[in-house]
Design a protein around this ligand. Structure first.
Ligand SMILES: Cc1c2[nH]c(c1CCC(=O)O)Cc1[nH]c(c(CCC(=O)O)c1C)Cc1[nH]c(c(CCC(=O)O)c1C)Cc1[nH]c(c(C)c1CCC(=O)O)C2
Length: 348
């Protein structure tokens, strides 16, 4: 189906756009009372993720309410370890927890390379239902975690400040780490290809824990697997968002992807120099800006748009929107991007 608004896809491919497209990482979620209403009627987070009609409903909410230029399928990066045989629980107070971690060769034997059509069909169904509901209004973003970030959760067993067990494995048993990364990568490639087949218009790979690795370890344990994923996705643009990986920007310029996500620790000008002219940049406002006044949000957002310039930019935050953000402030960010584009057009 022809999309009515394909700004995101054109900006990703480096084509001319009337204005900069805008969406927010984690836009579907706790910032919206409408999300909390659906979520609170259920037994938990996983029920929402695993029920396609409800996942589709909360995926579309930000398009209706926040007026963003893209939807991102409501799911989690942790469905991949679960499909491989490593189940997670989402605890209200603590975030994700894996009752059984992967730390030895024997642990690894319990895992499989998952078949998305068998083990992740609920995400594919959610994509199909969402596409029908969106009816071509905006593109739908599919996603997965990058292999290193998924390994980090499987080995550590929960979130962590240091991920010392996961990082430790890279020194104590690099062979096991590579075996696990291999299985995650094979699962992820099949999963993302299935998302595209189900209707995802763009794929984003989240390497949320990139920034805790040394550059040498990032080049050995993270980049080659991301490169494989990029090479395996055909027909839709790919975005790589590696939080804290400013040291790898030059490496990213060689990836077979259209867009690089930036967090707010990166200077836009330097990032552009290092990534070169042939990639779109996405980001990179500090999510905390949205705690400030409407005036400050407008001023800082315009400053960001000027720094990136009108071409090859997708406006976003530098990480997911924080759950205690006022949705009116998010709307202000979105509208400022849109109105700035209109103003520049009428001047030009
Ligand atoms: C690291 C990571 C996870 N999940 C994700 C990442 C990568 C992005 C990032 O770096 O933030 C990705 C993710 N998780 C979720 C989405 C939905 C789509 C969207 O972005 O709008 C996406 C894209 C829903 C979610 N995933 C989670 C929630 C909150 C739980 C709830 O609503 O009950 C949502 C809406 C839970 C989750 N899921 C994860 C954690 C650490 C937590 C707990 C912390 C938290 O609560 O935010 C793992």
């Amino acid at each position: 189906m022809q999309l009515k608004n394909d700004l995101l896809l054109r900006a990703a491919r480096g084509e001319q756009v009337e204005r900069t497209p805008v969406w927010l990482m984690r836009q579907a979620g706790r910032i919206l009372p409408e999300y909390r209403a659906v979520r609170n009627s259920l037994s938990g987070f996983k029920e929402l993720v695993e029920t396609p009609e409800l996942a589709a409903e909360v995926t579309i909410q930000p398009v209706d309410i926040l007026d963003v230029d893209a939807a991102i399928i409501f799911s989690d990066i942790l469905v991949v370890p679960e499909a491989m045989g490593c189940t997670y629980e989402m605890l209200e107070s603590k975030g994700p927890v894996f009752p059984k971690t992967i730390r030895t060769e024997d642990d690894l034997k319990r895992l499989r390379v998952a078949d998305p059509y068998e083990h992740l069909h609920y995400v594919l169904d959610a994509i199909r239902v969402t596409k029908r509901g969106l009816n071509g209004r905006v593109p739908l973003i599919g996603f997965a975690g990058a292999p290193w970030t998924i390994l980090a959760y499987m080995v550590e067993g929960s979130g962590s400040k240091t991920f010392s067990h996961a990082r430790g494995m890279l020194y104590t048993n690099p062979r096991l780490a590579h075996q696990l990364l291999r299985m995650i990568t094979d699962t992820t490639i099949a999963y993302l290809q299935a998302q595209v087949e189900a209707g995802a218009n763009l794929i984003q790979v989240f390497d949320s824990w990139a920034g805790i690795l040394s550059p040498a370890h990032y080049r050995e344990f993270a980049l080659p697997y991301i490169a494989e994923i990029c090479n395996a996705i055909r027909n839709v643009p790919v975005t790589v968002f590696a939080k804290g990986a400013f040291f790898a920007l030059e490496d990213f310029s060689e990836l077979n992807c259209e867009t690089i996500g930036l967090d707010w620790n990166m200077e836009v000008k330097t990032a552009r120099q290092q990534v070169g002219p042939d990639k779109t940049l996405q980001g990179n406002m500090d999510p905390c800006l949205l705690y400030s006044s409407f005036d400050t949000i407008q001023r800082e957002t315009i400053k960001m748009l000027r720094e990136f310039g009108p071409h090859r930019h997708i406006a976003n935050l530098g990480h997911g929107v924080y759950p205690d953000t006022d949705p009116e402030k998010v709307k202000c960010f979105v509208q400022t991007v849109k109105e700035y584009g209109e103003a520049v057009k009428s001047e030009g």
